[in-house]
Design a protein around this ligand. Structure first.
Ligand code: MEV
Length: 430
């Protein structure tokens, strides 16, 4: 029987991907070299570069999103994340895969006036200037307008620390940045509009910056799971696990301590794809956690409901997902071109939908394990694998060392070290 993907060596995986036509010979060579980033590019990205930090890049399988099979690239240092994600996606695939939808994809840029004594008057002036604001916004970054994007609308708001204090008045521009990261586009437009407004309004501008609370770029993934699939064949057990998944989500909505961990599990998947594709994971993290607090308390980002009659668990995840496929590191990091291609991300929206589906699959796998056999069991194999690598086992030694470790009551680095020595002595004797 041919080896499964996870059983192959890295070299064998690359050969397999090339044989399947998923990567070209040039990409195979690039993967072999581990995506070296030239000093020139590294220096271009950051300041004071002295070295580069590497994370393993893996692939998750079983994703069928809106009817299309997709391979998911994930960069993470955490064992079991990719295996769990693929497992979650498999359960979902067995019930028809993921469905996704998205709102419009707009970035928000803010110009904030500080210490405004007469906010009503300022708001009136701003409303009067609206056409001019839009014109200046377009003139400040004409190339995005040529590409069919640019500022779509303007909104205003007034806020106060308390009824006695002066007000903040904010102008918000809603900007279509097409498939780009958009930070430079938005900030350049804000500079232009800010400078124009300073000629019209005698108020102090406190700051001008994009907002990472991308609630005009929401993406939703939904899925179904046959409850029987949750229990690996044990009759009646699947419905019980499904009910416990719903209860675990209800609990997360009540308790911030649990909600944070629930959402951390979702971000295990989301961040891994965001990183793999060269996107800004801090922006995505900040936006998702802010969205989790939109009802006034920090809550679970996923929703799970059980249709007892249909014996189906239904899941949904909605998060802000302003992800890019062009610009910034997505155009510079060599792995980003590869990860975009292997994931068949034809547009930023396409990639965003995949990332949200990954978050949902990751959450399903975590909850299923937590409310049934517990998280440690699934971690054992992967923990053993990490320990084997830590103590320096070769590709050939790893499976033998794992088998030996599993026979021991405790698994730690010392045990792994001793067993590796034992293994090597046995090999020398034979
Ligand atoms: C571990 O990285 C993530 C989990 O803790 C998530 C969760 O508890 O839902 C397993």
């Amino acid at each position: 029987m041919p080896k499964r993907f996870y059983e192959q060596t890295r070299q064998e995986r690359l050969v397999y991907l090339a044989e399947q036509g998923l990567i070209t010979a040039a990409e195979q060579e690039l993967l072999q070299k581990n995506f070296p980033l030239s000093d020139e590019y590294a220096n271009h990205l950051i300041e004071n570069q002295v070295a580069q930090v590497h994370l393993p890049l893996g692939l998750a399988f079983n994703f069928v999103i809106d009817g299309r099979a997709r391979i998911v690239p994930m960069a993470t240092e955490e064992p079991s994340v990719i295996a769990a994600c693929s497992f979650g996606a498999k359960l979902i695939q067995q019930a028809g895969g993921f469905q996704t939808k998205s709102t419009e994809r707009l970035m928000i840029g803010q110009i904030v006036f500080n210490d405004v004594g007469n906010p009503a008057k300022l708001l009136q002036t701003l409303a009067h200037e609206e056409q001019a604001i839009l014109r200046v916004a377009h003139e400040s970054y004409p190339s995005i307008v040529k590409r069919g994007g640019g500022t779509q609308s303007v909104q205003y708001k007034k806020q106060q620390m308390n009824p006695q204090s002066t007000s903040f008045v904010t102008v918000e521009l809603l900007i279509d940045v097409k498939d780009a990261m958009g930070a430079n586009i938005v900030n350049a437009i804000l500079e232009g509009v800010g400078a124009y407004l300073q000629t019209k309004v005698n108020e102090e501008v406190l700051l001008k910056i994009l907002s990472n609370y991308a609630d005009h770029s929401l993406v939703t993934a939904t899925c179904k799971v046959h409850t029987r699939d949750l229990a690996r064949g044990i009759a009646g057990e699947g419905n019980k696990i499904a009910r416990r998944i719903v209860a675990a989500t209800d609990y997360a909505n009540l308790d911030i301590y649990r909600a944070t961990t629930h959402n951390k599990g979702i971000m295990n998947g989301i961040d891994a794809v965001v990183l793999a594709t060269g996107n800004d994971f801090r922006a995505i993290e900040a936006g998702c956690h802010a969205y989790a607090s939109r009802k006034g308390t920090y809550q679970a980002l996923t929703q799970w409901t059980l249709n007892e009659e249909a014996e189906t668990l239904i899941g949904e995840l909605t998060v802000p997902m302003l992800i890019a496929i062009v610009g910034g590191a997505t155009s510079i990091l060599p792995q980003a071109t590869f990860t975009q291609k292997i994931s068949q991300s034809e547009s930023a929206s396409d990639l965003a939908k995949m990332i949200v589906a990954v978050g949902l699959a990751q959450n399903l796998a975590a909850l299923r394990a937590l409310v049934s056999e517990g998280i440690q069991k699934g971690h054992m194999n992967l923990q053993a694998k990490t320990l084997a690598a830590t103590v320096g086992a070769t590709d050939i030694e790893v499976p033998k060392l794992i088998a030996k470790m599993k026979e021991k009551p405790t698994m730690n680095q010392e045990v792994a070290q001793l067993l590796l020595q034992e293994l090597r002595m046995e090999n020398n004797q034979s």
